[in-house]
Design a binder for this molecule. Structure first.
Ligand code: ADP
Length: 514
């Protein structure tokens, strides 16, 4: 565009100028500037304001020439010798072609110069003047350049959508061979684009229906789109490179030639794993909660109705042990309801905290003393380096985190819990680890145990009371302090849960985490 506008201005003997696309034809914002000498770029808007107001384009006499007022020349910063010596003209050239008006070329030139197009301009009225022919040619070339420019922009936009879409997109030719495979598709399937280009798309995705039956060529959603059928959010199972299967919803569409023949197929692939997980979570929630609520209620009711029998006599030891059991079950119920409320508060409002300078060593030692007094047969060792730096934290909440990790270490250690608490210090953080030698957690479960209501599928874990809320709450608390929490574990050997808290001097302002 710039070359075209520049050459046109030079042919008209102009020095600087700007091409403005007319509103009807294209985007009103678009203009192309061309500056040779004398006019600096910053002066272009000034020139434009003047010429657009005073020089109306006119298709009968496309070229309008006016002497530039000297004060405008000074405002535009034109060299004094130019202004005073030869004078400057403002010119506007209306551009149009068969398709209609296209825009206007505004330019400046020295008053002494004339272009070859103006010599015979009004002499022969029966022939189109050379100026008119020049205008037609220039407008046609500019229109073509503008179309190419907008096509390039469109292409850029589409490429960005394709590149950054979080939905998987693949396109195929009319023989169903893959020609594009976007990054989201790579993440979803584990295949790299260069490995699948040219491959039959069904071979790459290996689609199956929900019952696990292969969906072959006859069931191809892209062929259905080619045949004019609507394919929107069709659920199916596809396989990743490593063989892992997952549910997706696909939408297929067809790009046709001018004659209506299918040229390309486009497949949008939406991963349903998260939706399915949420559904699963909802049903787990109901079963976990009903089990966790019903068990203590049944025990309390059982013991209470036994004690209330008038036909039986109990010695004081039996009565006391039943009352203790009732009290323990009521505590368990109370804790569960408390955790449920806590979790829903975290979801709704985030966590607000009361941050103080906290001496972690003091907190850990007092908690260990309490745990040892409460439970027999638990062996706890401590490893805390001297002069453990203070952290900025909410004492009560960090106590909850530690309590939860210690309770879990005891709960999920089938025989004689052996627990080690270790503190480490790095330049930025203090790290606290709680290690047990219990049942351990399989690798594939390790990330999920921090999700709400997630409980490991191992029989021992399932038979241990719990609602899968403790670690979710711990994570929310630690992250609200700007720290991290994680687990390292080997099945049947033990687990180490660690969390970090920023050192006092590095602590960020308390955050509210949703
Ligand atoms: P729960 O109330 O079920 O214990 P948590 O959120 O504290 O809830 O823990 C989630 C799940 O993580 C537990 O159900 C258990 O399967 C597993 N888990 C937690 N801590 C341990 C541990 N120390 N050893 C083995 N498994 C653990």
């Amino acid at each position: 565009m710039t070359v075209l506008v520049g050459s046109a201005i030079q042919l008209l003997r102009g020095e600087s100028g700007v091409f403005v696309v007319s509103n009807e034809a294209f985007d009103p914002q678009s203009s192309t500037e061309y500056t040779l000498y004398h006019l600096n770029k910053a002066a272009v808007p000034l020139l434009l304001a003047y010429v657009q107001e005073s020089m109306q384009p006119n298709t009968l006499h496309p070229l309008v020439v006016e002497t530039m007022p000297p004060d405008l020349a000074t405002q535009l910063g034109l060299a004094e010798d130019v202004v005073e010596g030869q004078g400057v003209e403002c010119c506007s050239l209306a551009l149009y072609d068969e398709a209609g008006p296209l825009g206007t070329l505004y330019f400046l030139r020295l008053a002494t110069l004339r272009s070859c197009f103006e010599r015979n301009s009004d002499e022969d009225r029966t022939e189109p003047s050379t100026l008119h022919l020049f205008v037609l040619q220039l407008a046609a070339s500019l229109r073509f350049a503008l179309h190419s420019q907008s096509l390039l922009k469109e292409q850029g936009r589409l490429a960005a959508i394709f590149q950054y879409s979080t939905e998987g997109i693949l396109t195929v030719d009319n023989a169903l061979r893959i020609i594009d495979f976007n990054p989201a598709m790579e993440r979803l399937t584990g295949w790299r684009e260069n490995e699948v280009l040219g491959q039959f798309y069904i071979k790459v995705l290996r689609p199956k229906d929900r019952q696990g039956n292969d969906l072959g060529l006859q069931d191809s959603v892209i062929l259905q789109a080619f045949a004019g059928q609507e394919v929107v959010n069709r659920e199916m199972i596809i396989s990743a490179r490593d063989g892992q299967r997952f549910a997706v919803a696909v939408t297929a569409s067809c790009v046709r030639s001018a004659r209506g023949e299918p040229m390309n197929g486009i497949l949008n692939v939406h991963d349903l794993t998260r939706e399915h997980q949420q559904e699963e979570q909802r049903s787990t929630f109901i079963s976990v909660i009903s089990h966790e609520l019903q068990t203590p209620i049944a025990i309390i009711k059982g013991y209470a109705s036994t004690l209330a029998r008038t036909d039986a006599r109990f010695d004081s030891r039996t009565i006391r042990s039943r009352l203790i059991a009732i009290e323990e079950e009521a505590d368990r119920l109370n804790k569960l309801v408390g955790n449920l409320l806590y979790a829903s508060r975290i979801q709704a409002n985030g966590l607000q905290m009361d941050i103080i300078t906290l001496d972690l060593e003091n907190l850990i030692r007092s908690m260990v003393r309490r745990l040892q007094a409460r439970t027999s047969g638990v062996q706890i060792s401590l490893s805390i380096p001297p002069h453990l730096p203070a952290v900025m934290a909410d004492r009560e909440r960090i106590e909850e985190v530690l309590q939860n990790l210690l309770d879990n270490a005891v709960k999920y250690s089938p025989r004689h819990p052996e627990i080690t608490i270790t503190c480490y210090v790095t330049g930025e953080e203090v790290i606290v680890s709680v290690r047990d030698a219990g049942m351990g957690i399989a690798l594939r479960e390790q990330e999920q145990i921090f999700d709400r209501f997630h409980r490991v599928g191992e029989p021992l874990s399932q038979s241990t009371p719990g609602a899968g809320l403790g670690l979710y709450i711990c994570k929310a608390i630690i992250e609200a302090h700007g720290g991290r929490i994680w687990v390292e574990s080997t099945l049947r050997q033990g687990s180490t849960f660690s969390f970090s808290l920023p050192r006092e001097e590095k602590a960020p302002l308390p955050m509210v985490v949703f």
